[in-house]
Design a protein around this ligand. Structure first.
Ligand code: GDP
Length: 303
């Protein structure tokens, strides 16, 4: 239900176009597939992903001897879900958190994508699940970043560990780990800087932060979440590539899905980078974060 509301724009444009296509063509033929390709590409599903999807669809149509376009909705939904998961099991990909002891989540992403907001929402969600959550203000570079995280910490009722602007992010994270441990916290969520003007510095900084976490807690970070803005479309995909070259990203938080008709980017990201989308941002409020469920997402597109 949340998806249906949050994904209104994508849903309207996508299901509208598909329904229109089905009504106009009736018969499944080459022209139908060609227009279907256009619809998918305009929803930002990504050219490579669309090509493999359409190939699969053509094979399925042959196999099942489908003639009527009305039958295509189900086949398209099924294939979209299949394409999303690739060779992996078709189940919701949950956060990898420890049963006992402290779990560390490192959050990366370019300024403006919704990183701070997502950290606040995630903290809120974990708190509601009964977990004790601490935040570490590791973005010491951007003016106002620390204060902004503080505000979200207050909203989510999570302690924020911070130092002054310009201090060493690795030192802040080190502090965060110590404080989280002494508070017996379940989860430490670490913010990081997101300036992309100096890519090499940023990547070095991330690597250093990660080394500190690895040294302090074997097996950590348990998650490296990359925050991407769905409204930037294919640009989000190239940001994702840059970050995943520098650090192992274990999951994606795709924000602002409520603000775009191009929600198909979810499928492109998963299919082209093999990184699961773990959360979807569907608004600016603290509760507007959903665990990403590809079935609900895809079937929601046709609802
Ligand atoms: P950061 O620079 O990456 O930390 O970005 P912020 O967390 O400050 O967010 C930037 C803007 O995006 C703010 O105005 C947020 O309210 C907005 N925002 C974040 N997530 C979402 C979302 O899922 N949907 C919408 N509509 N806006 C969002």
């Amino acid at each position: 239900k949340k998806y249906k509301q949050g994904m209104e724009k994508t849903r309207h444009s996508f299901s509208g176009k598909i329904n229109d296509l089905i009504a106009r063509y009736r018969k499944v033929d080459e022209d139908f597939f060609e227009e279907l390709e256009e619809v998918l590409i305009s929803a930002d599903v990504g050219v490579n992903t669309v090509m493999s999807l359409v190939d699969e669809l053509k094979m399925e149509v042959k196999r099942q001897n489908i003639k009527d376009t009305k039958e295509m909705k189900d086949v398209i939904s099924e294939k979209l879900v299949e394409i999303y998961y690739g060779d992996d099991d078709e189940e919701v990909e949950e956060l990898n958190l420890q049963e006992d002891g402290l779990s560390v989540i490192l959050v990366v992403g370019v300024n403006g994508v919704g990183k701070t907001t997502s950290i606040g929402k995630l903290a809120h969600q974990l708190k509601r699940e009964g977990k004790n959550v601490v935040l570490a203000a590791g973005d010491t570079f951007r003016a106002g970043a620390i204060e902004q995280l503080d505000i979200w910490g207050e909203r989510a009722d999570a302690d924020v560990i911070k130092q002054s602007e310009g201090s060493d992010p690795a030192a802040v994270i080190f502090d965060g780990i110590k404080s989280a441990k002494s508070r017996n916290a379940d989860v430490l969520i670490c913010d990081t800087a997101g300036r992309l003007q100096n890519k090499v510095n940023l990547m070095n900084e991330l690597a250093k932060v990660k080394r500190v976490i690895e040294r302090e807690i074997p097996g950590a970070p348990h998650e490296v979440l990359m925050v991407l803005d769905a409204t930037t479309g294919q640009n989000a995909l190239s940001q994702a590539k840059t970050f995943s070259e520098a650090t192992d990203v274990s999951g994606i938080v795709l924000t602002k899905l409520d603000g775009t008709a191009k929600g198909g980017i979810v499928l492109a990201i998963r299919n082209e980078l093999q990184i699961p989308v773990k959360f979807a941002g569907l608004g600016e409020k603290i509760e507007d974060l959903q665990k990403f469920d590809a079935h609900a997402f895809v079937y929601g597109l046709f609802a």
